[in-house]
Design a binder for this molecule. Sequence first.
Ligand SMILES: *[C@@H]1O[C@H](CO)[C@@H](O)[C@H](O)[C@H]1NC(C)=O
Length: 427
Amino acid sequence: MEMKTKTMISTILISVLLSILLPVRTDYVRPQPRKTLHFPWNPKHPSVPQQVHVSLAGENHIRISWVTDDKSAPSIVEYGMSPGQYNFLSQGETTSYKYLFYRSGKIHHTVIGPLEHDTVYFYRCGGQGPEFQFKTPPGQFPVTFAVAGDLGQTGWTKSTLNHIEKCKYDVHLLPGDLSYADCMQHRWDTFGELVQPLASARPWMVTQGNHEKEKIPFFTDAFASYNARWKMPFEESKSTSNLYYSFEVAGVHVVMLGSYTDYDELSDQYSWLKADLSKVDRKKTPWLVVLFHVPWYNSNHAHQGEGDGMMMAMEPLFYAAGVDLVLTGHVHAYERSKRVNKGKSDPCGAVHITIGDGGNREGLAQKYVHPKPEWSVFREASFGHGELKIVNSTHAFWSWHRNDDDEPMRSDQVWITSLIGSECLAE
Ligand SMILES: *[C@@H]1O[C@H](CO)[C@@H](O)[C@H](O)[C@H]1NC(C)=O
C-alpha cells in the first residue's frame, strides 16, 4: 500500500515538474513513424487465389485481378447477385514476370460485365477458393471516392486502411507509391494480401509513383511489376500505356497520369492527354479530376520543384479543359491549395491537393517553406486519408482525416464548386 502511494506521489510530482519545465505543448502531438508490418509465412494451396483486387474496366465492366502459384490455374471468374449463386462466368488473360531471381506467380486479369450500377456482386476466382463481393459504383451523383497515396505496408498503412474501410465510399483513388517493394518482389505479394480486404470489395484505381520504378539497367524494365500486377483500363481509354489512362464514374471524368514517363509536348502521354480531354463531355461528366504522383503545388521542402517540368508542359492543357481538382502524392504530408494556375491563385484553375500520407515507412515530411505561399490554404504533416463526396454537378465535399491516435479525425474540410456553369468554361 505504502509503496503504491509513494509511486503515485512521485508520478504526480514528476508530471508537475515536467509541465513547468517543458514549453507549452500544442494540443496535437505528431505521431512517430511505425514499423514495417511483419507478414508470417502463410502457405496456401498453389491454386488458391491470392491478392484479389478489382478495378473499373470501361463502361459497366470491372476487371478482377489475382495471383496463383499454380501456373495451370484457370482465369475464370464466376459471379452473380446472390451469395453462392454464380449465374455468369468470364474468361480472362494471364501474365507473369521475372525479376532477377524472383519468379512471379500467375497473374490473372478477368473482365466481367455488363454490370448494374450500385449493386453488390458475389464472385469466385479460378473456380475455387473463398467467395468475395464488391459493390459497383452508382450511375449518377452522389459518388464518393476514398483517396490515399504513398501507402506502403507499415502500422500506419494498417491504420489508414482501417479508417477507409469504415467510411462509405464507392471507388478508391491512389496517386502513386503502392507497396514500397523497392525491388524486393515478394513485398508486392505481401502488399497484395494486405490490401485485399478493401481492394476486392471496391474498385481501386491507381497510378504509379517513384517506388513503382524498379529499373535495373540491362535486367529489368522500370514498371514491370506494377504493370503486370496492377493493370488499369488503359486500352479501354485509348491509351497505349498502363502508365496513363482515364475512366468515368457517375458524372466524373478521372484522368490518371504518369509523373515518371515522358510528358513533353512531343510525348505520347501528352498527345493522349490532349485527345482524352478534348473528348470530355461536361454535360455527361460535369466534374474533371486528375491524379498523378509528383505535386505541382507544394510548399513543403520535400521534393520542392520536382513537378515543375510536368507542370510547364501540361498545366496549359488542364487550364484550357477546366480541370476541377488535382490529387497528388509523393510528399509525405497533406496540403490543399486554392484554385491555381501558373503558380498563383486563379478562379479558373484547379484545386490541387497533395495527399502522400497513407502511412509509408519513410515517415512524414515536416519542413515547410516560409512564409506560406498565397495559394496554400491548409498544410499539415500527418498520416491520413481523404474523402471526396461529389454531391451533384456543382458541389463536392472534400475532407481530410488524419490518423490521430488511431481515430480518424476530420482535420480539413471544404466545399468545392465545379467550373461547370462558370465563365471559365464558356466556349
Ligand atoms: C447541389 O448540392 C448543394 C449542396 O448540398 C446544394 O446547395 C445545391 O442546391 C445542389 N444543387 C442542385 C442543382 O441540386
